[in-house]
Design a binder for this molecule. Sequence first.
Ligand code: WQD
Length: 340
Amino acid sequence: MMSKILVTGGAGYIGSHTIVDLIENGFEVISIDNFSASSSSVLDGIKKITGKVVTNYPIDLTNFSDTHKVFTENKDIAGVIHFAAFKAVGESVEQPLVYYNNNLTSLINVLKCVKEFNIKHFVFSSSCTVYGNPDTVCVTEDTPQKSAESPYGVTKQMGERIIEDYLKTSKIGNAVLLRYFNPVGAHPSAQIGELPIGNPTNLIPAITQTAIGKLPKMFVHGNDYDTRDGSCLRDYIHVCDIANAHTLALQYLTNCKNTSNCEIFNLGSGTGITVFEAIKTFETTTQQQLNYEIGPRRKGDVVAIYANNNLAKEKLGWQIKYCLNDMMQTAWQWQLHLQS
Ligand code: WQD
């Protein structure tokens, strides 16, 4: 009997890639996504890759009764992976109340249903933004959290705390919190990928949209930081590697391998790359010349951070399969597919 997993935000960038990985690993999947930051075409892409039609409930998770209805109609949900959230760092600085309401009310509504329907396994989409501007650039899961640089980061810090406090009251629940670094790239089939709504805020879609001519040029947000070349340093990790980590996290819980009822894992490549190095790698890998200028710093940006990812490798058995060139190449192939 296949275990049924509910993925919230299933039409999103990481949610859709995770659904593909779950299906390929024998899980039955249903999704909740109101397409506020995604498109129903993503579900077509999932079908093209897996041959499966994923049932999606287009409801708003900030509405408790609509959320509750999904759980009453699916009493056999074995686990929940909660992605649904707004996630643009810069946008969250401009619209904090929208971010707090959407990201936290959705999480609380889902947790209320997880509790009511006695669902044992919960995987949460967290983020390296919980570390703020860390004192040490390479962070482990135990690195003390500084104050988050953006309301988006605060919603992830609060989200982790809400889950931890809920689990203290639960006799059966257990959770894995996955702190993503910078997910980039696209599925090798080029049938699913990152779908920014409006102008891209993230670096890689900004690069690919500029390279293909959808944007006339892009700006490097600051070149006067205290890093090896003055631009911000991040840990880029292929979205398919991130997706597989979710399947492994679920199996870690369903196979009772967890040593406590709430465990945290960094999901990063373990390598720090600057904005200029990312641009150079893109140009070399795809043979495209990028039109960019140096612009002002962006509010909410962390200067430099990358992951110590040993815990995920040791305890989840996570193996990173994609390199930086793959990230750039698959992102570019996806951009070309979008234009076709
Ligand atoms: C990366 C670097 C920008 C665009 C992301 C996600 C967030 C979280 C953490 C998962 C920064 C610079 C960008 C551009 C630029 N991930 N940049 N020009 O801010 O690290 O956050 O990873 O939870 O959800 O958004 O990623 O891609 O926006 O920026 O110079 O046009 O690229 O200033 O230094 P960020 P990003």
